[in-house]
Design a binder for this molecule. Structure first.
Ligand SMILES: Cc1cc2nc3c(=O)[nH]c(=O)nc-3n(C[C@H](O)[C@H](O)[C@H](O)COP(=O)(O)OP(=O)(O)OC[C@H]3O[C@@H](n4cnc5c(N)ncnc54)[C@H](O)[C@@H]3O)c2cc1C
Length: 368
């Protein structure tokens, strides 16, 4: 008989941790890696996110301007009213996990089998199951093999290098990267330098090499991968799907951390209501689907912006970016963008429930 839990969550990055933060009872959080390993992203987000969650010790640097290097000009967006930051992925996830009261198991989930998750460390049954496994959506794909369609994904890679800086910088110049962007995110004593293709082109190493050489930075280890550019169905069968697994990363800006946390906590609240018997499974699934649907408009706006960037003549798209950076548009568009998945709506984490040297308690497979 598989061991039974109220809730099983696969994936212990932003989305999975956020779901877990809203749960009580018997909760199993599964990840194939140690918590805080396996960084894929540049970890740039609104400063309000770690502030609100109480994870400020993970912050490496705050930035109050966004700089856009375009083919024929450079534009600067003042973000002092909505500052951004870069943070340490490992520290953020470990500190987050230390505030959770759940069992954590290091195991690779392989598939869903009825109400059970089959992993390389055994089979676990759950009343509610959440897929937060990132763009591959490992559980949802076992129910719907075409669920994670790579044609609706972007691809990006980045490297970290020793170098300082002040602002989050982006480059948009199709002569440098066709259908893509480049970025330079200062993170304390290092900088994260990356390249992404909206067309999902996974052959970006050459572009990254040229970019790091042009900046004169020594390239470190490379990480990255796909990130979705379109919402997917957030409910598949009886499965809740959240974060990149549900395509909740925003098109155009590729911002996926804030949505993963926002939808993750909302999903967690609904799952808890279901576990408490305040909602039936059907009601819970329907409520989550409706909650995500209410945000569909933002994904449409961002997808259209991405399309416009790629289709419009470069001179025109550069002009539009310039207009958005300057008043009066800036003080309408930036707050509007921030209001989506607003950090103020995140629910602060409880105080530390467990503390180990550098990682939370992880169950040995035999104990789980
Ligand atoms: C190069 C790059 C740069 C980016 N930069 C930013 C940025 O600066 N800011 C921003 O907001 N967004 C950024 N993004 C997007 C952001 O990384 C994602 O949207 C975000 O990580 C989504 O969080 P998630 O928890 O849904 O998925 P993930 O962070 O992908 O986490 C999925 C988790 O599931 C686990 N997992 C996967 N398969 C299994 C399995 N079979 N069994 C068990 N566990 C499994 C993984 O180990 C991982 O811990 C970037 C993406 C890329 C590729």
């Amino acid at each position: 008989m598989p061991k039974r839990y109220d809730t099983i969550i696969v994936g212990a990055s932003f989305a999975g941790l956020a779901v877990a933060s809203r749960l009580r009872g018997r909760v199993l959080l599964i990840d194939k890696d140690e918590i805080g390993e396996g960084q894929t992203s540049a970890c740039g987000t609104l400063l309000g996110v770690p502030q609100r969650l109480g994870l400020m010790e993970s912050v490496l640097q705050a930035q109050d301007a966004l700089v856009f290097h375009l083919q024929d000009r450079t534009e600067v967006m003042d973000a002092r009213d909505h500052p951004f930051c870069t943070f340490d992925y490992g520290r953020f996830c470990r500190d987050f996990a230390n505030r959770l009261n759940v069992e954590i198991l290091r195991a690779g989930a392989q598939r869903l089998d009825g109400d059970s998750v089959v992993t390389d460390q055994g089979i676990f049954a759950g009343t509610c199951i959440v897929d937060a496994s990132g763009w591959r959506a490992v559980l949802a794909r076992t129910l719907r093999p075409d669920y994670a369609d790579r044609r609706r994904m972007s691809y990006g890679i980045e490297a970290e290098a020793p170098r300082g800086g002040d602002s989050l910088c982006f480059w948009y110049d199709p002569s440098l990267v066709p259908s893509g962007v480049q970025w330079f995110f200062p993170s304390g004593s290092n900088v994260r330098v990356g390249v992404a293709s909206y067309a999902g082109d996974a052959h970006l190493r050459g572009h990254l090499n040229l970019f790091t050489e042009s900046l004169g930075v020594a390239r470190g280890r490379i990480h990255g991968g796909y990130f979705p550019a379109g919402l997917r169905e957030p409910v598949v069968g009886n499965l809740f799907v959240v974060g990149d697994a549900a395509g909740q990363c925003l098109p155009f800006t590729g911002e996926g951390i804030r949505p993963a946390l926002y939808f993750g906590q909302a999903c967690g609240d609904i799952v808890q209501a279901l576990v408490d018997g305040r909602l039936s499974l059907e009601q819970g699934l329907l409520r989550y689907r409706r909650f995500v649907s209410r945000h569909r408009w933002m994904y449409r706006v961002m997808a259209l912006s991405q399309l416009a960037l790629l289709r419009l003549p470069v001179a025109l798209s550069s002009r539009l970016i310039g207009l958005i950076c300057r008043e009066p548009l800036r003080s309408r568009i930036l707050p509007g963008y921030v209001r989506f998945a607003d950090p103020c709506t995140l629910i602060p984490l409880p105080p530390v429930v467990r503390q180990t040297a550098n990682r939370p308690l992880v169950l040995a497979a035999s104990e789980a």
